[in-house]
Write a protein that binds this ligand. Structure first.
Ligand code: ATP
Ligand code: MG
Length: 343
């Protein structure tokens, strides 16, 4: 049972806010980490999906064209996996000025030391080789995320496990603002994190990520899916089919854990692999079949939608307008609660 703070008397459903950086097409990590939850939740909740182009700029200021182009690509991915624009508002972050204004206010409620301690940001700085030259916007992006979440008064945020520290940081800011205001202006939120944790990259690295070039896109062609599965690492000591093999740390099994719905069949397969007598090719073939069957309808639907960009743009426009009204109301409330000057 999901619970949340009521937003207003007319609509007591918890509001859901999530988003994706527009840095590239979405991949299988997004699917298991977040998209699946979003598609299920839109049936019963009010949901906003943010195309996070402003956040994408925090580490892509050298390539704004990539960030712009991927707004449409990510929107296509949403629609292809089953996001229904009648039920979920899809909006463009940089076209919502209230988010920037809230970010600027919230920056006064967080310390630089706290920003530097965020474990996900720390890991991302390391992965991007930013140690010496961190863009200020990048270090502060968790504050911008707090603005995103609170501007919609979202109480439920379906995200991958890497985002848990962002939710914590957002709630800290909310508590400070509420304390300063002397009453609850903003609700706290909670993350909805899938049990499986994060999906590793096809290269075995801890996280499949658009920026790391280790992803299988939801729009991948059948040959790309085959090639990615073929190249996946298994157990390096499993040289002959007759050798006993390790399931833990084996990328192919990590994917089967995430995508194979035949759980008892998978347990038998793991036992056989551990015992020996099961070749990597057999395990990879099973994974490939599962992924091909999952991605085929998504790819086909996406190709259909891509033929009509005008339709997709009209969806984004309507979603952004709805979001603009909502976020401006919250901004006005926060300004008033903090006692800022008003004419
Ligand atoms: P980038 O490399 O540009 O940061 P990304 O691949 O990390 O892109 P984001 O747009 O940062 O994707 O993430 C969007 C959402 O998808 C977040 O909720 C994140 O937790 C989830 N997500 C991304 N990658 C994974 C993954 N490998 N496993 C589980 N969830 C993921
Ligand atoms: Mg990311």
């Amino acid at each position: 049972m999901l619970t949340g703070h009521p937003q207003n008397p007319a609509d007591r459903r918890p509001i859901i806010l999530t988003g994706d950086r527009t840095t590239g097409p979405l991949h299988l990590g997004h699917y298991v980490g977040s998209l699946k939850n979003r598609v299920a939740l839109q049936e019963s909740r009010e949901q906003f999906l943010l195309l996070a182009d402003a956040q994408a700029l925090t580490d892509n200021a050298h390539d704004p064209e990539k960030v712009r182009r991927n707004v449409l690509e990510v929107a296509l991915d949403y629609l292809a996996v089953g996001i229904d624009p009648q039920k979920s508002a899809i909006c463009v972050q940089s076209l919502l000025p209230a988010l920037s204004e809230l970010t600027l206010l919230y920056l006064n409620f967080v310390t630089v030391a706290r920003l530097e301690r965020n474990p996900t940001v720390k890991e991302e700085i390391r992965l991007r080789g930013f140690e010496r030259d961190i863009p200020a916007g990048f270090l502060c992006y968790p504050v911008a995320q707090a603005a995103d979440i609170t501007a919609f008064k979202a109480t439920l945020v379906p995200v991958g496990e890497d985002q848990a520290p962002m939710i914590e940081q957002s709630n800290e800011i909310v508590r400070r603002i509420n304390r300063q205001a002397g009453h609850e202006v903003l609700p706290e939120c909670r993350a909805l994190i899938p049990n499986m944790g994060r999906l590793p990259g096809v290269d075995g690295k801890a996280k499949m990520s658009k920026s790391q070039g280790n992803a299988i896109a939801l729009s991948a062609a059948p040959e790309e899916i085959s090639a990615a599965v073929r190249q996946m690492y298994t157990d390096p000591d499993h040289l002959r089919a007759s050798d006993p093999g390790m399931v833990e740390g084996n990328v192919v099994f990590a994917y089967l854990d995430a995508f194979d719905e035949d759980r008892s069949g998978l347990e038998d397969l793991k036992a056989h692999y551990r015992r020996g007598g099961l070749g990597d090719m057999v395990v990879k073939r099973r994974l490939e079949d599962i992924l091909q069957n999952l991605l085929r309808p998504i790819r086909e639907r996406r190709a259909q939608l891509a033929k009509d960009p005008g339709y997709v743009l009209s969806i984004l426009k309507a979603g952004t307008e709805k979001a603009r009204a909502r976020t401006e109301t919250t901004l006005a409330e926060v300004r008033a609660a903090l006692g800022l000057f008003q004419f």
